[in-house]
Design a protein around this ligand. Sequence first.
Ligand code: 4NP
Length: 158
Amino acid sequence: MNSNTNLKFLFVCLGNICRSPLGEGILRSKIKFSNLNWEVESCGTSNEHEGEPPHEGSIKVAKKYNIDISKQVSKPFKKEYINKFDYIYVMDESNYQNVAYICGQSFNDKKVDLLLNLLDDVKDKNVPDPWYSETDEAFNKVFLLIDKACDKIIKKFK
Ligand code: 4NP
């Protein structure tokens, strides 16, 4: 085991039903594959979908790549997460603003970043929200973007 043991990662989107559950599922699968003991969770800045499973489009695309996210349950971001987690990756700029707002004085910009800032070759740093189109293609595109970023997380912190 290397020195970066027990790192805790959090993925954040708006509803915690489309994008961040994919982040959680994909990174968890890579953590397992790399035999690391890091932890990963996800949440949304809204509580509108609290208690719900991920969107069927996210469940379907994850399954296509042999990842089961169907047991995840949507939960809202809490202020104390800024201390609980080592790194918080948000899916878009509005999620970033919401996290900063919820944390108030406790916000720590060294821990929070746009997930796609990890990818130099991607111009738009917002992970598009497939909620609005709900096509298989949109969910697939989102999966591949998040997957690429999660490879970077493994490389960066391993
Ligand atoms: P997510 O997508 O933030 O990737 O989970 C959304 C899910 C639900 C809504 C918006 C975005 N909504 O408006 O209910």
